[in-house]
Design a protein around this ligand. Structure first.
Ligand code: PMP
Length: 405
């Protein structure tokens, strides 16, 4: 009966957002939210998205019919090209299949569900420690066993590369390894290209299966090709792999739930038929979960991705967002160094993407909240997009004060 269901704990991030909203202070700073904000701390509608949106509203041929189970075909084909490159042999050889999903979350879920149902060994999925908190929930909900590999070094505030490699070597042959393609959430720490090559080498020797999660392509460095380098490298190396792709951040389409799940099979004579079988099974899973994906965000993204002029404008918008974030990284580091705030702060600029793992302790985070009205997650993660020229001095002063306490 209903009375047997206990209340669930509040989602920590949504709890933080609520506390921020309810704080009456005019000094308050929101560094929790994982969404881009402009220099006035307001959501930003990308100008190119506004254009595509206007065109959609003026298009008399559009209606509100269902999309197909796999989603909008112009969108999924463009999403493929964006992630592996238009000239990728995976596309030419028809060994990549794609379904439109409920943003990145839905793509991670569909991939997890597929592996859980169809992988003959049902291997454990290895997640970086730490990782996006939802990974744990999504994969355990579909019945996969979770395992961890070391990722972040508290000492260097960078990658624990040796720890990661050792764990990949020790993981049972054929494990699934979840990899953040760029702008790792929550740490902002990415492997270098050379480190990715070594990761690929170990994964090949252990026959591990790469499961890429990409939520920040173009948003991290401002360069779409650079931010998909790791995925393209693994595809080039002939891996069988899958990719969960989100368009929430790079199009600012958070609430429209626009994403894609891709499966790439390894090159060979069976690759294309295998991929087509997989697509048919994914469609059955999709049918029972959501029937078919939402149209609106995919229409916007598809218009931009398939129009060379709009695509260029999109790249400029991506540089606007990533450029502002890079400026805030530099600005924060400069201010802390100028104040002589104890500790080293170079990690603020070496980390990339939406988030920075500051290294602040939980106690310091709580003091920042109670005394300074600064809101961030307890692990010391800050959303760089929450900083702007109006609050960066105040935030640096606040950090300086709690670090010296
Ligand atoms: N993966 C990672 C690593 C993320 O950071 C996010 C966004 N927070 C997502 C997936 C998916 O987000 P969405 O469902 O909004 O696309």
């Amino acid at each position: 009966t209903a009375a047997t269901v206990a209340a669930a704990p509040e989602d920590p991030l949504f709890g933080l957002m609520k506390a921020y909203r309810e704080d009456p202070s005019d000094k308050k700073v929101d560094l929790g939210i994982g969404a881009y904000r402009d220099n006035n701390a307001r959501p930003w509608i990308l100008p190119v998205v506004k254009k595509a949106d206007d065109a959609i509203h003026n298009d008399p041929t559009l209606n509100h019919e269902y999309l197909s189970i796999g989603g909008l075909a112009e969108f999924t084909s463009a999403a493929q090209k964006l992630i592996v490159g238009a000239d990728s042999p995976a596309i030419r050889e028809k060994r990549i299949c794609t379904l439109q999903t409920i943003s990145g979350t839905g793509a991670v879920h569909l991939g997890g569900l597929f592996l859980s149902k169809f992988h003959p060994q049902k291997p454990a999925i290895y997640l970086s420690n730490p990782t996006w908190a939802n990974h744990n929930q999504i994969f355990s909900n579909v019945g996969l066993t979770l395992a961890k590999y070391p990722y972040f070094s508290a000492k260097t505030k960078g990658l624990d590369f040796n720890g990661m490699i050792a764990a990949l070597e020790a993981a049972p042959q054929g494990s699934v390894i979840l990899l953040h393609a760029c702008a790792h959430n929550p740490t902002g720490v990415d492997p270098t290209e050379d480190q990715w090559k070594q990761i690929a080498e170990v994964m090949r020797s252990r026959s591990h299966f790469p499961f890429f999660d990409t939520a920040y392509q173009g948003f991290a460095s401002g360069d779409l090709v650079r931010d998909s380098w790791a995925i393209r490298y693994f595809v080039e190396q002939g891996f069988e792999l899958c990719v969960a792709q989100s368009f929430a951040k790079n199009f600012g389409l958070y609430g429209e739930r626009t994403g894609a799940f891709h499966f790439v099979s390894a090159p060979g004579p069976d690759a294309a038929p295998a991929c087509s079988n997989i697509a048919s099974q994914l469609a059955i899973l999709q049918r029972s979960e959501i029937s078919n994906p939402p149209a609106y965000g995919a229409r916007i993204a598809s218009r931009v991705l398939n129009d060379p002029v709009l695509f260029k404008e999109w790249e400029a918008d991506l540089r606007t967002m990533s450029g502002r974030i890079l400026e805030m990284r530099q600005g924060l580091r400069d201010r802390l160094e100028k104040r002589g705030t104890p500790g080293s702060w170079d990690h603020i600029t070496s980390q990339i993407g939406m988030f920075s793992f500051t290294g602040l302790s939980e106690e310091q985070v709580l003091t920042l909240r109670s005394k300074w009205h600064v809101y961030m997650t307890k692990n010391g993660r800050i959303s760089m997009a929450g900083l702007n020229t109006n609050n960066i001095d105040y935030f640096a002063e606040a950090v300086d004060s709690v670090v010296r306490e």
